[in-house]
Design a protein around this ligand. Sequence first.
Ligand SMILES: Cc1ncc(COP(=O)(O)O)c(C=O)c1O
Length: 512
Amino acid sequence: MKQSDQLATLFAHAIWRLDPDAGSLRVQMYRQLRDAVTEGRVAPGTVLPSTRDLAAVLGVSRSTVVEALDQLRMEGYLVTRQGAATRIAALDPIHLNNVAKRPTATEQHWEQADGSPTLGVQHWLQDDPPTPVTIRAFRPGLPDIRAFPAQVWATHLGRRARQPASHDLSYVGHAGVSSLREQIVRHIAETRHVVARPEQVIVLPSAQTAFDVAMRCTLREGDTAWVEDPGYPGIRTLLRAHKARIEPVPVDVEGLCPAGQRSRPRLIYLTPSHQYPTGTMLSLARRLELLEVARAHGAVIIEDDFDSEFQAHGQPVASLQGLDRNGVVMYVGTFSKSLAPGLRIAYLVVPPAYVGLAETIVSGTGIGVSIHVQLAMADFMAYGELRRHIHRMNVEYSKRLRTLHRILSGAGYELILPSKLLGGLQLCIGLPEPLIDLDVVSELQSRGLVALPLSALCHGQEWRGRQGLLLGVGLVPTDEVEPAARTLCAALEQCSETVARRAARRARRTPQ
Ligand SMILES: Cc1ncc(COP(=O)(O)O)c(C=O)c1O
């Protein structure tokens, strides 16, 4: 064997283990030599055998070797000086320590980062753990995703994907394409009495991103934000990320009650139509009072109108935004409840003074919704499909809520706040002492049902310790509500009996 052949054999065997069944040989050659370099298994300055010798030893075509080495040369792992042999580049071994060691597929492991310092993910995990989709009664938070009009949606989406207009394919629609902004304005003017021009509508992937943009427009570190108590955990997550001072303000039957608050808010978060989670509605007196508080303190109100399109009785109450004459309300709507969260489409309607800033934030952070999806949604709305879907689902959700409410109140469990059922996709009942909602939730789980414990959503003095259940009707088919509600009542009964038995045992053990 020639000396050059011997060198090629030694080098090749030290570096490469090629497997014809493991995908592209060129990619394997490239990766294995790159890893040998970054892991320090081949010394800087080492001369590589000729590509012809390597091809012969490895049993691959010469072009495979040339392409793999060219890639490594281009990326700086190899160097070739004019007329000289190819060598391993001289890379600083200290810097190479920072390069990830590539685990093989079987060794792969994922380490959990323990939280983002800016988003405060660890808090988010505590407040609102991401739950896998359990299609079970009475999981709150999801609409009836099985009733999603997939065929019609696919038609609009397909058409827009097949025929993209060239002007739509650039950066034009990063804050929302004009046709969708127009459709949204028309929809919320009709159904929610929102007063806005299309330019005020910012199209975003979710209500959550809309809250984030609203906060970026208004909050500085340490600013005070009033949030409803009990309230939506997603808003607390973002406020923590923005390093705001969160002030839980108690909710009563008229909604958030500002009386007695001494702090000066910079931001007030409200769910005026159906308060999350109690379902109560912000009274007109409170609406006017809060608009005045916001004006007086130079605060901004985020109006989260997440599920108000669904009403159990007649027309919804108009939005707070429609009453605002001072440009203090930022209105947030989402298709997550009216259609499906997986579509990733929501919108933020900002007062005119914030349009430029909000657009700058959206382009600067790169959040946005794909153009063909926006255009398809605009068509879906223009053809009346959204209106039809909402109408159809409103009938179903109202029936489901009424059935659930009837059965629960027949068993003595009442809504935690409003005297009558207003609508939406969920209801919240109070639990009498000494029932503990977390215990009830685990009993429900063992019977195949899901609910959210109210106590997990209470933070301030007034609501701390209150027990209740948030029950969603989105995922339970209308004809299955009654049997599921009966199972729910049986579980509550069982929990009451267990609690009573324990109390009796304790009483017997306690000396008179
Ligand atoms: C009160 C409330 N606001 C906002 C959202 C989030 O909506 P999106 O999925 O558009 O972020 C939810 C989701 O459950 C919600 O319950």
